[in-house]
Design a binder for this molecule. Structure first.
Ligand code: PLP
Length: 345
């Protein structure tokens, strides 16, 4: 199976597993795990923040950040297709008690003018607007990268309005490799930021959330409350450290493969996709079901029967994601199979 459903499908390599097996460990929740401590120090530095904490998932990083920055009843400004709005099982409401105000952006990105347009008057009747969330890269925006000026401009407006800023950096390192702008620079004006290790970096579990020392102090209490405090977690943190050493620069290969895949897909009649918009490892595209001869779920199902997995999100939208378990030859094979799967109609 060539699995392009998500970059979460990567499996730990033999060398990563060796690093895990040999990890020095201790009680993470008591700050006694040296491998976790090393990982947190390293990611705090990478992201230009004072402190960091290790969590089981990126979802938990977002949930912690919402709860630390906001009070119940506060409003959080997000992009409509973002992870916080769409894929956290309503956790923003259930865990942090916040309301979401959605902006419809350009492939996941939005402008200060769009934030300005949803600002509420400072009335007792209105929810207090407390936080602006950006995603770098934008997952359902097809891996689109926020330019640094756009990130800075949104943060500047948010801060001027008395709000805080949070960067969902699940794939921030993809944006770093694609743009050449260092992670700490991208996150400079964001009060909290995290990176995921279980996506393109190829680790089995784990994410690290960073911010000021005060923010991380408070974040620890929420992590404890959510059941995210761990014990000998160094076994997992070792995989993340291995990924930082060995799996960052190679993200450029995934980006190249995504562009190759996009070019192959764009040549299929009925596919609506401009390959020049593909900047990182995610290809989100639409189809015209009449020209293709089938809808998106049917195409995905037929491709899966032939050994290629991509995601269908609704009747016309699909997503394919490249990662370290898919090489250039597999991409060529995937293009051929996707062609056959729709011609078979
Ligand atoms: C995957 C993802 C998350 C959630 O991360 P998990 O580790 O799967 O919980 C959050 N935001 C974005 C943009 C993601 O792609």
């Amino acid at each position: 199976m060539i699995d392009l459903y998500s970059d979460t499908k990567t499996r730990p390599s033999p060398a990563m597993r060796r690093a895990m097996a040999e990890a020095e460990v201790g009680d993470e929740a008591a700050f006694e795990d040296p491998t976790v401590n090393r990982l947190c120090a390293r990611v705090a530095e990478l992201l230009g923040k004072e402190a960091a904490l290790f969590t089981p998932s990126g979802t938990m990083c977002n949930q912690i950040a919402l709860a630390v920055h906001c009070q119940p009843g506060d409003e959080v400004i997000v992009e409509a297709s973002g992870h916080v709005a769409c894929y956290e099982a309503g956790g923003a409401g259930a865990n942090a008690g916040v309301n979401l105000c959605s902006i419809h952006g350009d492939r996941g990105r939005f402008t200060p003018e769009q934030v300005r347009a949803v600002l509420r008057p400072a009335l007792r009747h209105a929810p207090r607007q407390r936080l602006v969330v950006v995603e770098q890269t934008c997952n359902m925006g097809g891996g689109a990268v926020w330019p640094i000026d756009a990130l800075d401009a949104v943060a500047e407006l948010a801060h001027a309005q008395g709000m805080r800023t949070h960067m969902d950096g699940a794939r921030l390192l993809n944006a770093v490799v694609a743009s050449g702008v260092p992670a700490a620079r991208q996150a400079r004006h964001y009060d909290s930021v995290w990176i995921d290790f279980s996506k393109g970096l190829g680790a089995p579990i784990g994410a690290v959330l960073a911010g000021s020392a005060e923010f991380i102090d408070h974040a620890w209490r929420v992590k404890q409350r959510l059941g995210g405090a761990m014990r000998q977690a160094g076994i997992v943190a070792a995989a993340a450290l291995y990924a930082l050493d060995h799996h960052v620069e190679r993200l450029a290969d995934d980006h190249l493969n995504a562009r190759r895949l996009a070019a192959g897909l764009a040549a299929i009649p009925g596919v609506r996709l401009d390959p020049t918009t593909v900047e990182t490892n995610i290809v989100v595209f639409d189809i015209d079901p009449e020209r293709l001869g089938m809808d998106a779920p049917t195409w995905a199902a037929r491709a899966a029967e032939r050994g290629v997995r991509i995601g269908a999100f609704g009747p016309t939208r699909l997503r394919a994601v490249t990662h370290l378990d898919v090489d250039a030859a597999a991409i060529e094979q995937a293009i051929a199979v996707l062609n056959q799967a729709c011609r078979a109609a």
